[in-house]
Design a protein around this ligand. Sequence first.
Ligand code: SF4
Length: 387
Amino acid sequence: MSVQVFYGSARQTRLDASETLPAKLDLILDRLHLRERVKDETVVIKMHTGNNLNYSTIPPVFVRKVVQAVKDGGGKPFVADVTWDVEGADLRGYSPQVIGCPVYPVAGPHDKYFYVHERPFKNIREWKVAGLIEDASLLINFTHVKGHPSCGLGGAIKNLALGCMVGETRGAMHDTCQFDRYWFGELCPDPATRARVIESCPHAALVEDKQHPGELHLHIEQCNQCGRCLRVAPPGSLRIDPVNFDAFQEACAISAGITLSTFAAGKMTHLSLATNMTPLCDCFGFTTLAILPDVGILGSDDVLALEQATLDLTAGLRLMEENLPSSLEVHDRRGHPFQQIHGPFKDPYRVIEYGEALGLGSRAYELVDVMPVESIARGPIGYVPAR
Ligand code: SF4
C-alpha cells in the first residue's frame, strides 16, 4: 500500500511569499494535521543543529513554523540534538528567542540520561536511546538532507539513528564497519609493503592501527572504493568489501527502528528539507558549496516513504561537480549523485532496504505536491526596438 508524501517544490510560479518553502511547509503541516495531533503532547522536534561554523542546516524560520504549529495545537515543543551540537546552537540561530522553544541535549548535559534496549548486532549488544527522546510523547523528525561520508545520504533515518542515541552507541554504530575482517596481515608480512599500501590511498583512508601494531585500519568515511590500494596490496591481504560498508547502514536502520518503537502509533511524523545539499554531514562543523540543485520540502508519517521520495527526487539531478571540494573525486558515475562522490558501496537506498526488512514503513509512496508549479502560457515574443 502506498503512503502519502507531501511535497513542496523549491521552484515557484510567481514572485510571491506564499509560494516560498516556508509557506509550503505550512501547507504540509496542514496536510499532516499536525495541529490537531499535538494537544497536551510533549513534542520533541529532533533536528541537527549543526556544529561550529555550519550554516547549511535548517534555517530557523522553518523551525519557528513547526514550533508555532505545535503551540497552536496545544502541544509543548522542544528542539533536541546531541550534546556537542547543542553547545553553540544559539550561535547558529537556534535560540529560544528565535525559534520559540528551548533547545535541549537529547541525553542531558552530560550525555548520561538514556534508556537501554537490548538488540545484538555485530559489536553492539545494548542501544542507549537518549532520555529526552524516549520521554517525549510525540516525535517530529525534522531533517536537513545532505550527503554523508559513511553511507551516502544524511537523511531522515540517519537523523533518528545517530541523533537519538548517546555518544557511546553512536561510536559503536560506526565501529560496526570494523567488525568483519578486511586486513589479513599474514598475507602481507613485509612492513615496507604495508607502508606502500597505506601511501597508495589518496584519501588517507588507510592508517596503521594504533591498538594493533602491524594491522591496518580502514576509515570507512574517507574511502570512496577507488581500488588504488588493491593494486599495491598482496593478493588477499586487503578487502574493500560491501559487508564493511553495509554494516553502518543496517545499524542505522536498527537504531531508527528502536527509537521509533518508543512512540505510539500516530505519534510521529517526519519532515525533510532538501536544500543546500552539501557533500558531508552537518556535524563536520563547516559548510561547503551545494552539489545538487535545491529540491524542496517533504513531509510524511512514514519515514521510509519520505526517505524513498527524497532519494527519488534527487537521484536524477545533475551533480554540480564544479562545486565539489577538489579533494573529492568522482570515479564512478553510476548510481545516486551522493553515491558517485562517496563510492559505489555507499548506496543511499541500502538503509531503506534494511528498514523495510525490519518493518519500519513502506517504500511505496504517492507524492502529493502541495502547490504544483504552474506552466504559464504566453504568446509569441514580439519586437521591441533596441534603444
Ligand atoms: S579503495 Fe581507494 S579510497 Fe579506499 S582505502 Fe583503497 S585507495 Fe583508499
